[in-house]
Each structure stands twice: as structure tokens, then as C-alpha cells.
Ligand binder design. Structure first.
Ligand code: PEP
Length: 252
């Protein structure tokens, strides 16, 4: 049985005061317990990892884990401005997002570099959240499944068995930050296709890998999405900035 996982991606948002309020509100909301068999995490910007790690401990938020939004494809060395996986581990991260479409589009990240980042994350004992997804043009031209499965296949070719320790996030680019959520059936169909693609490599790996949906997840659509058999939770951007909405999605 795969656990349901909800991960909040704050992107380049937040500040010391608002982060504190967020953790305090989520701590209050989680006080009375959370549904069993679920995992929750939040991914602040790099400068706030230390603050959020301390706050999570301070509020004894055992339910909430910490994650990062990106990582270097290299271990250590002369890579000015980059952040290594071992540093994220030291800051208390459990999850690291790799290959988010904003990084693929704005920083020209290719599948090879996404896989190299995932390996760094695995080698440091954390879980990579590998993002895949098609653009609106790719979907409109009937190539959505082909594009997404080819992105997954490239990860399989590098990560092989280690994929069992990864999460995949299907995030249709046209649904990210647009309010245009994929219908639960459209998302389920793609999650199924991803699982079948993984099963071509190894059926056991395919049945264990959590596949999250991301793209305009909100409290009012999360229940239907998460009820789908191949949707194992969500990667939530905008709605995760509001602690009440994040809590509502975690309860969904
Ligand atoms: C994301 O950035 O990963 C995301 C899913 O954003 P949003 O929920 O705002 O669409």
C-alpha cells in the first residue's frame, strides 16, 4: 500500500515572519492528529530551510518533513551559487524536488541533469521528487503521453532500481499556477501511463513508486484527485502558501 504524500512547494515566496506564522498555524491544525498512512512536507527557499527546520522542531511537528526545491547535479566544489545534496541533508531535508518545469523552462534543465540531481539526492539519503509533464501545445497536439513517458524513460535508463526510492510528480505545465487543474480522470490516465512505463522496467518498482499530481491543486479539487487509484498525493504550489489551504489539502 503506497502512502498518500502531500508536498508544499513555496517557490520563491515567504519571509522570516510569514514562515513563522505558517508553521504555527499548521502546527495548531495538526495538533489533533492527521489521518493515518499519510506524509506531509514543505519546501521553502534555500535561505529559510534552517529557520523552518528549527520551527518544525520547536512546534514538535512530527507529521511535517522538510524538503528543498532544487539541488546541484554535483557533489561539491567550484559551483558558485549551487547547493549540494549533503548540505540539504544537513539542514534536515527529507525530500528534494528535481526537474520542476519552471527549472526546465527557465534554466534549460534537461532530463540528463534531472537524473544526475536525483542521484545526488539518493546518494545523500533523501528522496528525490522527479517532476515530469507536458506543455499545452504538446497536449493539444495529442503528444502528452508520449512526452511524459519519454521523460520517465530517461529517468529509468539512469536510475534503474533506485527509482524505487524516488517519487514522481506528474505536473502538466499548462496546469501549474494557472488555476486550470487537470480533471481527475485526465490525471489518473497519465499516472496509469507512467506506472505502466515503469512496469516495463520492473513491475515491483512500478507498484511501489509514489506518483504525485501537481498543477493547481486546491482544497476543493484535492479529494477527487487523491481518490484516484494511481494518484498518491500532490505537489502543491500556490495553495501551499496559505496554511489553512495546505491543511485542508492534507486532510483531503
Ligand atoms: C508547482 O509549482 O509545483 C505547482 C504545482 O504549482 P501550483 O499548485 O501553483 O499549480
Amino acid at each position: 500500500m503506497r502512502p498518500l504524500i502531500v508536498i508544499g512547494n513555496w517557490k520563491m515566496n515567504g519571509n522570516l515572519a510569514s514562515n513563522q506564522d505558517w508553521v504555527k498555524t499548521v502546527a495548531r491544525g495538526m495538533e489533533s492528529g492527521m489521518p493515518a498512512g499519510r506524509k506531509f512536507a514543505v519546501c521553502p527557499s534555500f535561505p529559510y530551510l534552517s529557520q523552518c527546520s528549527t520551527l518544525i522542531k520547536e512546534y514538535s511537528l512530527a507529521f511535517l518533513r522538510l524538503g528543498a526545491q532544487d539541488v546541484s547535479a554535483h557533489g561539491a566544489g567550484a559551483y558558485t551559487g549551487e547547493v549540494g545534496a549533503s548540505m540539504l541533508k544537513e539542514m534536515g531535508c527529507k525530500y528534494v524536488i528535481v526537474g520542476h518545469s519552471e527549472r526546465r523552462q527557465m534554466h534549460q534543465e534537461a532530463d540528463e541533469s534531472v537524473a544526475a540531481k536525483a542521484l545526488q539526492v539518493l546518494d545523500s539519503g533523501m528522496t528525490p521528487v522527479i517532476c515530469v509533464g507536458e506543455t499545452a501545445d504538446e497536449r493539444n497536439s495529442g503528444r502528452a503521453e508520449e512526452i511524459v513517458c519519454s521523460q520517465v524513460a530517461k529517468q529509468v535508463s539512469v536510475l534503474q532500481d533506485r527509482l524505487a526510492d524516488c517519487l514522481i510528480a506528474y505536473e502538466p505545465v499548462w496546469a501549474i499556477g494557472t488555476g486550470k487543474v487537470a480533471s481527475a480522470q485526465v490525471a489518473q490516465d497519465m499516472h496509469r501511463a507512467i506506472r505502466l512505463q515503469l512496469a516495463e522496467f520492473d513491475e515491483d518498482v512500478a507498484s511501489h513508486v509514489g506518483i504525485l499530481y501537481g498543477g493547481s491543486v486546491k482544497p476543493d479539487n484535492a479529494v477527487e484527485l487523491f481518490a484516484m487509484p494511481d494518484i498518491d498525493g500532490g505537489l502543491v504550489g500556490g495553495a501551499s502558501l496559505n496554511p489553512q489551504d495546505f491543511l485542508a489539502i492534507c486532510q483531503a
